[in-house]
Structures are given as C-alpha cells and as structure tokens.
Design a protein around this ligand. Sequence first.
Ligand code: PLP
Length: 456
Amino acid sequence: MNVISTNTPTAELQALDAAHHLHPFTHAAALNKKGARIITRAEGCWLTDSEGNRILDGMAGLWCVNVGYGRRELADAAHRQMMELPFYNTFFQTSHVPAIALSTKLAELAPGTLNHVFFAGSGSEANDTNLRMVRAYWMQKGQPERQWIISRWNGYHGSTVGAGSLGGMKPMHTQGVPTIPGIAHIDQPNWWSEGGDLSPEEFGLERARQLEAKILELGPENVAAFIAEPVQGAGGVIVAPDSYWPEIQRIVKKYGILLIADEVICGFGRTGNWFGSQTLGIQPDIMTIAKGLSSGYQPIGGSIVSDEVAEVIGSMEFNHGYTYSGHPVACAVALENLRILEEDGIVDRVREDTAPYLKTKFEALAEHPLVGEAKIVGMMGSIALTPDKASRAAFASEAGTVGLICRERCFANNLIMRHVYDRMILSPALVISKSEIDTLIDRAWQCLDETHAKLK
Ligand code: PLP
C-alpha cells in the first residue's frame, strides 16, 4: 500500500485531497484548480506547510488555539488519560474524574450562578442541546407554549440542522434542508454596513429594540430565549455599539426570557476576560462553549447553565445526550488547557498587555486608503474594506471579491487572515508576542497595499 505521509510530494497530496476529501465551506472547483495548502506542523503562532513555508497564523486555527500550538502538557494529559480511562460514558448514573474536575473548574471560572455544565463534542452540538434544553425548561415550568427562540441574521451558531437554523447565515438556510420551526431572526448590530445616517449609539438602540418588537410580535408568552454571540465572529467580527447590550439585557429581563450567550469564540480569554459576557457586561442564563475550552487540541463543547436552569432541568429526566458528552480524554485536555491559561497568566496578559498593544496597531490600519473601520476587542478584530471611507460604501463588485483578493495576498505573504465578504478578520493565539504582533501588522499593511494595487 502507498503510505501517505508528510514526505509525500505536495502535488500528490493535493491531488488525493481534491479526489477524496470533501472540505467544509469550500467550493470543490477551487480545490481542483489550485490545490489546498497543506499544513504539516505548528509551533506557537506559526504554521509550517508541506513546501516548508513558515506562516504566521492570525486566526489561531479556527479561532480556537488559544494557548498556541505545540504545548507538550496537553499531549501528555491526553496520553495519561488514554492509558488510564480512554472512554466511559456519563449516561445512566455514571461519571468519571475528568468530567467532574472540568465541570467543577468551569463552575469556578464562569460568572454569576453559571455552575452546571452539559458537555457536547462541539459548539454546534452544544447549541443543539440549548435548543432542546430551553424548550424543555419552559415545558417543565408549565409554560410549554414558550417555544420561540430569537436569534440574529448573520450570527453563527454551528452547522448541524438545529444550530444552522438557529444561526442567521442565509446561504445555510437555503441549502439542503428546511430550517427547523420556532426560530425567528432580528437584524445584526452592524453599524458600518447597515447604520445609515444613525450614530452608532442610536443604531445600537434601534437594533436592540428589534428584539422587543419581535417578542411583542410573537407574543411574550410564546418566547423561550434569545441567543447571540457577545461579539459576532464568523459574521465578520461585528462589535455592537456600546448602547446595544444594556438595552438587550433590559428587554430580556422585562419579558423574562432566557439569554444564551454563544461564547464559542469569545470564551476562554479571547476578549481579554475569561468570557466575552464579562467584557460586554452581559448576564446570560446559559453560555455555549467550545473551541478555546481545549484550545482545539480535542473536540469538546458544552453549555454552562445557571443554578435556576439546572434546577428546573434536573427536576425531570432530560432525554438528551451524546456518546462523547464529557469524553474523558477531551475533558482531561481541556482541564490542562485551563490550567495553562490560568497559571501562565495568559488571560490577564491579553487584557493588560498584548491586547492593548495590538489594539493601537490594529486601529491604525484604518489609515490605509482601502480600510474603513478597524474594530477590535481583545484578540478578535476586523477591518472593513471600502472604496470610499466617507460614505462607508461597498465595492461595485460582488460582495467578497475584494476580500478574497486580500486573503490571497495574505496567503502569498505567509499570513493567515480570513475574509468574510469584504471584511478581513483576525483572531490570533492569545500567546502572540509583541514582536509577532509587529510582524503581523507589517504583513497586513503589505497585503492591503498589494490588494489596493490590484484594484487599480
Ligand atoms: N458558535 C459559534 C459562535 C461559532 O463561532 C461556532 C463555530 O465557529 C459554533 C458555534 C460551532 O462550533 P463547532 O464548529 O465546534 O460546531
């Protein structure tokens, strides 16, 4: 048999990849035309590809490798746990030490009364749990008509049928399956693209009040929950105006509906606190977690829920669970990851040192002729590309055309930045150093210059 390894020539790997591997969110024609870039190893914030290029990873993998690549302690934790107890389930009144230790640690880290964790294998699965859990919660409380869950257009909550329906990515709603019933969407707080003549503060209030209007339209007695990311990630790192979250908080309280903060990206230090809810002043009843929970070293997600939600859910058998809910190896690795984040002072360093440093440099990108706004919270930021800053205009070309050119320039300059339509987004590992930030910003300028030149 032909053994495929990192020694296999790149062209051969690319051909096999295009022939046999179906990629998420990828047009296969693009892979056939130009093979995938094949990543072979990584250390810190740096990737190495099969051609030997060293690439600065400005996306921490997929917003997840918070402690950086190559942490031996995480591999050791996985090895130890695999030797001791590689698998056992947490169904039917059984438990194991890694799930107990991780849930206890998460209860300690999470704000307020968020003291209980339901584990899943990913962020999508955790949001599917939330869908069922909030409806089960209201049924158990004798209000079964509370079925509606309100979400936001251009929010992202995952790719399963449930989570994809919950999210507000329109291309996902029109492909494959009808969305599930009982989910309504309101507009996103994206001032740059949709704010018109309103000030950011006026616009933030206007968008938050859409939630109240939607609750009244559906009937407050029929609404179960509102779900949102503290900072929209996959939608393009959309940071809501300051007026937005306090108004949302007022509205959910007034109508007594549950608030779910999807912390899959924002959690575990990304915004400079353990959770984005703390940075944005949000008091959720449920938080969705994944990604940075294990820094991506193991697939694991979950829902952290309040004492009150846990009490209601715990007063019946919740008919829900995954084989890998609380997988011992994933839990052991996540626990070790949290230890590293805490004991190495990574979250504090982000908040007090590296994120402020990055913010100054990142916001200066707005001086580039191609850049409108540059917004950043902690270690997640985005720049809006525009042909005219003053009018916040979009390009005449199909949305995403210029962003794609810029992403290609980033690839060519050994920098990973992703594009969402014509926004370029950044989410590096939290361990990025100041000198690496300098390199990243220098390369970003270079890529913007090259993109600008190509448009002329
Ligand atoms: N929620 C948010 C906010 C996300 O960004 C993502 C993934 O990017 C998900 C949920 C889905 O997580 P997963 O890809 O682990 O299923």
